[in-house]
Design a protein around this ligand. Structure first.
Ligand SMILES: CC(C)(COP(=O)(O)OP(=O)(O)OC[C@H]1O[C@@H](n2cnc3c(N)ncnc32)[C@H](O)[C@@H]1OP(=O)(O)O)[C@@H](O)C(=O)NCCC(=O)NCCS
Length: 202
């Protein structure tokens, strides 16, 4: 029988365990939110990712445009992350129309000199302002705490990205400190599983 780690599991639970990874992937591979279908990213999503990475407005806060070759490297890394850990970035599609809207999810990262697990999200500008990032952020937090049993999650963004900071705050993240990331000043936010559970009880 596959047993999930208890909610108090620490970061050590993310060490390799093929059986648990497969169980996580089965739970997290397809997630429905109010407006979105979130699915484990695959190579067939590459054309949509290329389109997103070729949008100057959308990529202005994500390190700038990415070439087709860079998009391929990105998607290969995201697919490898799912294969290795049983969770990762989802492709986000409008649940009604199936239209590609963006991407987001939970992934390992190194930020502020530490290994962390972050939530991430980004959408095509045509989909901004509909609450989609908040839905993905909330689904990511639930995945991180309920399914993966993490003790905490981080999220970080450029200081000028007020919309993203607002999304983080809406799902419960608190500002922790300023960090340099990709040689740029970022704001690092953190949410502990205990705080998230306490807020849900209120
Ligand atoms: C940042 C981003 C993800 C927000 O996506 P979104 O789907 O529009 O976000 P939501 O609609 O869920 O929520 C945005 C919130 O920020 C608010 N907001 C928007 N612009 C804002 C601004 N300039 N200052 C403060 N708040 C702002 C919105 O009013 C909304 O809050 P509300 O629901 O209380 O009204 C989107 O703009 C995006 O994809 N940008 C490019 C990629 C990116 O920056 N990703 C984040 C990297 S950390």
């Amino acid at each position: 029988m596959i047993r999930f780690p208890p909610s108090s599991t620490t970061r050590r639970s993310l060490e390799a365990n093929a059986e648990v990874d497969a169980a996580w992937a089965a739970v997290l591979g397809s997630v429905r939110t109010a407006q979105l279908l979130l699915q484990r990213i695959t190579l067939s999503d590459l054309p949509d990712i290329e389109r997103m990475h070729d949008d100057a407005q959308g990529m202005a806060t994500l390190g700038g445009l990415r070439s087709a070759a860079q998009s391929r490297r990105s998607i290969d890394a995201w697919i490898a992350h799912w294969d290795e850990h049983g969770f990762g970035l989802w492709i986000a599609r409008d649940a009604e129309t199936g239209a590609f809207a963006g991407r987001g999810g939970v992934q390992h990262t190194v930020v502020g000199g530490r290994a962390e697990v972050e939530i991430a999200y980004g959408f095509l500008p045509a989909f901004w302002g509909r609450g989609l990032a908040t839905e993905v952020a909330a689904a990511s937090v639930r995945a991180g705490f309920e399914t993966l049993g993490l003790a905490d999650l981080v999220c970080f963004t450029l200081a000028a990205n007020r919309a993203s900071q607002h999304v983080m705050q809406k799902v419960g993240f608190k500002f922790e400190r300023e960090v340099q990331h990709a040689s740029l000043p970022h704001l690092l936010y953190r949410l502990a599983a205990t705080e998230w559970r306490n807020a849900a009880r209120r």
